[in-house]
Design a protein around this ligand. Structure first.
Ligand code: LLP
Length: 418
């Protein structure tokens, strides 16, 4: 479900005609829908209402301040991966006691900062990281709550770059090491072992891998309980897949049906970390046709957006539906939709059937709310594009277009070259 629909042949975001946004802020740009975000957040909350989980939005999927603020207002917590994310989400008004911090490479500065801010949990990804957190906590005379991120060695069927739950991946702690750690908890004088965490990957459309991974972690938790180690939290991560093309992902309800019985039995407070499920279909990317080129072999639609603005197609071969803002009927033709960047990898679609289009036509890349704007770069000296945030019949610029001066900010020619 999302709030991007045609009305009288023009694409709208909620009650705002997207062409009217483009008139004000130009292209390329992102447009986000408030109601879609709230709708997806509520879907998860409702499906799991029996256990009232803490839903920590994975802000790596979309860290726009308007998005974060919307979710803060819904009572969301946040899953963070860096001190930059922590600072940003605190500005959006997040409660530190609803923040969990996973990352395989937390630095001393990051650990110290998060500790000072009093976040809920450090999701610890290795034995040396645990040693480091203990050392820093001791130095600061604090006790910190951690959850061990378990690597359950469960392979999720998704693209290889986002599989995280097998022992070939850098994430989490294998069960043997986790057991070793839990046998020597006394050594960690400044750590409170509060929970277990698991996250096996992203864009997973099936239910079975989640069940398998959660079962493994719960078995471990039961073993710990037998040894007299009581925990408080079980964080089941994110990873729920969404519809980009013709996927049939499990719904929030299906997911709940599959895992609720397991989770309830643990008696633990459940944390979830959905990112894409909440933000994925809440955003689109809007781009304008610059040229239509036909080289006799292929037809290219050259648009003003590039892989630096939205890199999922070239990075993962991901599919994003492409639709014109003004609905077109008539015969469709096969074409590649490409950007202006100096690489053949700079494409949004290959051999896509699209209606006949011409210069200045506007297009939307759908399902661009997760891992799109956040992964953009300044490659080819291109500034970050603006973001419009829509709620009902209102919209505001939530991020302005980055200027040339801002792009250059902080960069200098060394004195010895002057
Ligand atoms: N929790 C942890 C510890 C994570 O690493 C992630 C995502 C999530 C939760 C949220 O996963 P989600 O619910 O969004 O699937 N750039 C890739 C996706 C990378 C996912 C990184 N970790 C893409 O565009 O497909």
């Amino acid at each position: 479900m999302h709030d991007f629909k045609y009305k009288n042949n023009h694409l709208y975001c909620e009650s705002v005609k997207i062409e009217s946004i483009v008139k004000k802020i130009g292209t390329p740009c992102y447009v986000y829908s408030h109601n879609t975000l709230v709708d997806h957040f509520t879907k998860i909350k409702k499906a799991f209402k029996d256990i009232d989980p803490l839903v920590c939005f994975a802000m790596k999927s979309n860290d726009n301040l308007a998005v974060l603020r919307t979710l803060v207002k819904q009572g969301a917590g946040f899953d963070i991966v860096s001190v930059g994310e922590l600072k940003k989400v605190l500005i959006a008004g997040a409660d530190p006691q609803k923040i969990v911090f996973a990352s395989v490479g937390k630095t001393e500065d990051e650990i110290t900062y998060a500790m000072k801010k009093g976040i809920l949990l450090f999701n610890v990804e290795s034995l040396p990281e645990l040693d480091e957190i203990n050392r820093i906590a001791k130095k600061r005379k604090r006790k910190v709550k951690v959850a061990l991120r378990i690597n359950p060695d469960v392979e999720a069927p998704t693209y290889s770059q986002v599989v995280t739950g097998t022992l070939k991946n850098k994430f989490g702690i294998d069960l043997k090491t986790a057991q070793k750690i839990m046998n020597m908890t006394k050594k960690y004088t400044h750590i409170v072992f509060s929970g277990l965490h698991v996250h096996i990957g992203s864009q997973i459309t099936e239910g079975e891998p989640f069940v398998k991974a959660i079962r493994r972690v719960i078995e471990f938790q039961k073993k710990l309980a037998k040894d007299g180690i009581e925990l408080e939290y079980l964080d089941i991560g994110g990873g729920l897949g969404i519809i980009y093309k013709d996927e049939k992902p499990q719904t929030a309800k299906d997911f709940a049906k599959n895992v609720l019985p397991l989770l309830k039995k643990t008696g633990l407070k459940i944390i979830m970390e959905p990112g894409r499920f909440i933000s994925g279909n809440a955003g689109i990317f809007v781009t304008k046709v610059l040229y239509v080129k036909d080289n006799g072999v292929k037809k290219f639609l050259i648009v003003d957006g590039g892989m630096n603005d939205l890199m999922r197609p070239t990075l993962y071969g991901s599919y994003h539906e492409i639709v014109p803002l003004k609905k077109r009927t008539g015969r469709k033709v096969k074409m590649d939709v490409v950007g202006p960047i100096c690489e053949s990898g700079d494409y949004f679609a290959k051999d896509r059937m699209l209606p006949s289009l011409k210069k200045d036509d506007l297009l939307a890349l759908m399902s661009a709310g997760a891992y799109c704007s956040v992964m953009s770069s300044n490659y080819n000296m291109r500034g970050h594009v603006p973001i419009a945030f829509v709620k009902g019949n209102k919209f505001e610029l939530s991020r302005k277009r980055q200027t040339f001066e801002e792009l250059l900010d902080g960069e200098r020619i060394p004195k010895f070259l002057k």
